[in-house]
Design a protein around this ligand. Structure first.
Ligand SMILES: [Zn+2]
Length: 189
């Protein structure tokens, strides 16, 4: 494994442990040239899981894409990569036991269930980007519940930091939905 710091190609594994459901292995490595420590995850490649998207097209399930969408929602929140990886492990495990084809909607629902337990701000961010418009009432309820505990201005900053990039997953619906939701949030909290 190439060292992410110096690019040296030789390293030593100093710790190795399995995820809770034994579907992946986490390895702690040290570079033999610069002594930089980094972590790798190894998992069984699943090529049989397919995602049915909203437009009815299919695509192979991409774990990395799922990790990235969670990581984006958790940006600047104090959530470790290990916690994210373990949430993804659980989601993937559930998806795999539910069959060979899963809808992108089901994936979204499972992500929201997990994020709600991990971090409410990340949960709301993910919901604002990936959930459909008809669930806006639920979204506003969640914002209001959170708003009772966090000052509205702080909440607004947390949810929509200016540096957050535009949503990628559903570009067609996301623009209008976000604008509408911002209005709802301003009026509702
Ligand atoms: Zn190195």
């Amino acid at each position: 494994m190439r060292c992410p710091k110096c690019g040296f190609r030789d390293d030593k594994v100093i710790d190795s442990r399995q995820s809770r459901d034994s579907s992946s292995i986490r390895r702690r490595r040290v570079c033999l040239q610069c002594a930089y420590r980094f972590t790798t995850y190894e998992q069984i490649e699943r090529s049989d899981l397919r995602v049915i998207k909203r437009d009815r097209t299919h695509e192979p399930f991409d774990r990395r894409k799922l990790v990235n969408s969670l990581a984006k929602a958790c940006e600047k929140r104090s959530i470790s990569l290990v916690a994210l990886e373990s949430a993804v492990d659980e989601i993937v495990h559930e998806l795999e036991t539910s069959g060979r084809e899963v809808s992108s909607q089901l994936i979204g629902t499972k992500v929201l269930e997990r994020l709600r337990e991990i971090d409410e701000v990340a949960y709301l961010r993910y919901a604002s980007v990936h959930q459909r418009f008809n669930e806006v009432d639920e979204f506003v309820d969640a914002i209001q519940a959170l708003g009772r505990r966090i000052k509205p201005n702080a909440l607004q900053r947390e949810l929509f930091p200016p540096e957050m990039a535009t949503p990628e997953m559903h570009p067609a619906s996301a623009g209008t939905a976000t604008a509408k939701r911002e209005t709802e949030i301003n009026g509702g909290v």
